[in-house]
Ligand binder design. Structure first.
Ligand SMILES: [Fe+2]
Ligand SMILES: [Fe+2]
Length: 518
């Protein structure tokens, strides 16, 4: 056969194959027209290997139901991140070498689409992105897997997710802060964290935010045990908890001071706390990057890549904005691990930086969402209190002595952050760091200090820092239900079985209020 005949035969095969696939797509659910992007297994360092995009394929295996030992094959089972109107990431960490694919569809147990099976390395993050989804749609999915050479796939439990809600929708999202797994007994109890996650799971929020101090590596630094592997272990440990809800509710992270994902830690080498923290976060909790659906930080950090620390998106009638001072402040924002925490520093030095400020301004100015929610670890990245700090420094323009210094300290900035939010109709700021529940309001902006999910002492840390507002003790999470009429903020308390009283029950809403649309 000469070259011309071979070429004609090749073209015929290609045309027949394309027609067959197209026919399959038309006969099946519209989901089959989706595409699937597989991010190749992450093996450490910067992500290597570009995404592989190919057409969605019809499932080649039946719905076998959950395999009893599913969890034994994974160090971390599926965790959702970065939902958009048409895509989502499912993150997994296999315990042994596996081939993995996802089956998904719009009806329970009826999976009309499958991602291609890909090899996964033991101990490395495998992040599979499903694209081509329909907006404002509930999807059902299972993880299918097999060990190489073993015939037949096994599968995990069925889970669900929802793509971006349309304007006018009613939906819920959840928030926690400062889980501090490293502070056993002081403010952390594993069983209580499980209990809180169980309460969250019952609510099936569209997504869940954690406001920082969830991945402290201070102990590793202080004990000289810092390495990429030891920091990875901190992040994987948190997957044991957030993973309990993360298969159904995508996880968004806010950077806290104890993460040490901070500019002052950078030293020009790949071996420092900030690079390790940024790398672990990217591997095991892949957060949003600017991509047309999300806006955010476009500036890579050396040896980390995009830090994914500030970002914004719209969901239903609400704008969500996450901000971060730690990657943008040249000096120390809060503390140095193992050193005197009273170290003197200039509070004006703490900053979002020019680029983040201009992005924040543009984001809240240009959004016409009826609700605008801002999420930060703390209003100044450090200190204690809510509205008590909102008039100070970059946030409010004044120095501690009451003098207005904003114009000289922040040339080129139109307003301090609080005034900017007032001008642009921000509904609420959700912050952590202080380890209790406090609701306050200033100039029409609600400041909500978010409680701990797993404090077994049910404490009210730092209550004296707040001179107004409603204060309540830990533990639990904040559930926000957004509807066109209003947004309801509920504090859902968590109690261990032996700690319930006649009036204090696990899962009880102990405080609730509503926020009006603008
Ligand atoms: Fe904290
Ligand atoms: Fe903190």
């Amino acid at each position: 056969m000469n070259e011309k005949k071979i070429f004609i035969l090749f073209c015929c095969i290609l045309v027949v194959g394309t027609v067959f696939l197209a026919g399959c797509s038309q006969k099946e659910d519209r989901d089959l027209q989706a595409t699937t992007t597989i991010t190749t297994p992450f093996t450490g360092g910067s992500p290597s290997g570009g995404p592989i995009t190919q057409s969605c394929i019809a499932p080649t295996m039946g719905n076998t139901g959950e395999t009893p030992d599913f969890g034994s094959h994974f160090t971390a089972t599926g965790l959702l991140t970065r939902p958009t109107s048409s895509s989502i990431i499912v993150s997994m960490v296999p315990k042994v070498p596996l081939e993995v694919c996802l089956l998904y569809g719009r009806l329970p147990g009826n999976y009309t689409c499958q991602t291609p099976a890909v090899p996964a390395t033991a101990g490395s993050a495998l992040n599979i992105t499903i694209t081509g989804l329909l907006p404002d749609t509930e999807y059902y999915y299972r993880v299918f897997y097999r060990e190489p050479g073993i015939p037949g796939y096994q599968s995990g439990a069925e889970h669900t997710f929802h793509t971006q809600r349309s304007s006018g929708s009613t939906f819920t999202f959840g928030i926690q802060a400062d889980s501090h797994p490293e502070r056993e007994k002081q403010m952390f109890n594993s069983a209580l964290y499980d209990q809180t996650m169980d309460n969250v799971a019952k609510d099936q929020p569209d997504f869940y935010l954690s406001l920082g101090d969830d991945f402290s590596i201070d102990n590793l630094i202080e004990k000289d045990q810092l390495s990429q592997a030891s920091v990875d272990a901190v992040y994987l440990n948190q997957r044991n908890y957030l993973g309990l809800i993360g298969s159904d509710s995508p996880i968004f992270l806010v950077n806290g001071n104890h993460e040490e994902g901070a500019r002052y830690m950078l030293d020009g080498t790949p071996d420092n706390p900030a690079v390790y923290a940024g790398t672990s976060r990217m591997k095991f909790f892949p957060q949003p990057v600017p991509d047309g659906f999300y806006t955010g930080d476009p500036d890579p950090v050396e040896y980390v890549g995009l830090p994914r620390d500030y970002y914004a998106w719209t969901w239903g009638d609400a704008l969500f904005v996450v901000i971060d001072p730690y990657w943008h402040t040249p000096g120390i924002v809060d503390h140095v691990p193992g050193e005197d925490t009273t170290i003197k520093r200039d509070p004006w030095a703490t900053t979002l930086g020019d680029a983040q400020y201009q992005w924040f301004k543009k984001t809240i100015e240009e959004s016409d969402a009826p609700y605008k929610f801002v999420f930060a670890h703390h209003v100044q990245g450090t200190g204690r209190g809510g509205i008590e700090n909102a008039g100070l420094y970059e946030w409010g323009g004044n120095s501690q002595n009451g003098g207005w210094e904003f114009d000289t300290k922040r040339p080129g900035w139109e307003f301090p952050l609080h005034q900017l939010m007032v001008e642009n109709g921000v509904t609420a700021v959700f912050q952590g760091h202080d380890h209790l529940f406090v609701r306050q309001e200033l100039d029409g902006v609600t400041y909500q200090e978010v409680p701990l999910p797993a404090d077994p002492n049910y404490s009210m840390f730092n209550a004296n820092a707040y001179r107004s507002g409603t204060e309540l003790p830990n533990s639990g999470y904040i559930r926000v239900t957004v509807s066109p009429r209003n947004a309801t903020v509920d504090y859902v308390k968590s109690y261990l079985p032996g700690k319930e009283t006649a009036s204090e029950k696990n899962g009880k809403v102990v405080y609730s209020y509503t926020l009006a649309p603008r």
